[in-house]
Ligand binder design. Structure first.
Ligand SMILES: [Ca+2]
Length: 180
């Protein structure tokens, strides 16, 4: 008799678990599907890495990569590395090192977004990478838009030849400094 009760109790537990499965399953499968789709869209190790980490959508625009990372190197006024990935600032161009204004632009970046600081990278949806394979994007250092700040400071210019190929061409700062 005791065995019968035990079997009955066990059956009830199994039955309840089966009833609960459809309630839990949809959200579980939806999450898995989203993650899988993201991995399918990616091609590089950076993107694969990002697919498995938390995505920071704000204040990014579009659907391209958006992540918070650490500044690991500053090359010059328009190129830096975040988590070891080279980032070419979208739309803006600063003088190269060794040219007049090059050092000033780099120093400005070092001050606004020092090595070791956290930044958010918003990859340009219309020109995700440049011809050197660098990620093209907008970099947020705290609440400062680095691309725009370089223009405001007079340390960089808009490269008007790429306006039509940038997601950011309609931003106020882009229009004010050369994209029409
Ligand atoms: Ca974007």
């Amino acid at each position: 008799m005791k065995t019968l009760y035990l079997l009955l109790g066990f059956s009830v537990i199994i039955g309840l678990a089966l009833l609960a499965t459809p309630l839990v399953a949809p959200s579980f499968f939806t999450t898995t599907k989203t993650a899988t789709m993201y991995v399918t869209d990616t091609t590089t190790s950076l993107e694969t890495h990002l697919a498995t980490t938390t995505q920071f959508r704000f204040p990014c625009k579009g659907r391209a990569l958006c992540w918070e990372g650490t500044v690991t190197h500053i090359t010059d006024g328009d190129t830096l590395e975040v988590d070891g990935t080279k980032i070419r600032l979208a739309l803006v161009t600063a003088p190269e090192m060794g040219k007049p204004g090059g050092l000033e632009a780099k120093s400005f970046v070092e001050k606004l977004c020092p090595i070791g600081s956290k930044v958010i990278v918003d990859q340009d949806d219309k020109q995700s990478k440049d011809s050197y394979g660098r990620v093209v994007g907008l970099v947020w250092c705290g609440d400062k838009n680095l691309n725009a700040e370089l223009l405001y400071a007079g340390l960089a210019k808009i490269d008007t030849t790429v306006c039509s190929r940038s997601e950011f061409q309609d931003e106020d700062w882009a229009k004010k400094y050369g994209c029409h």
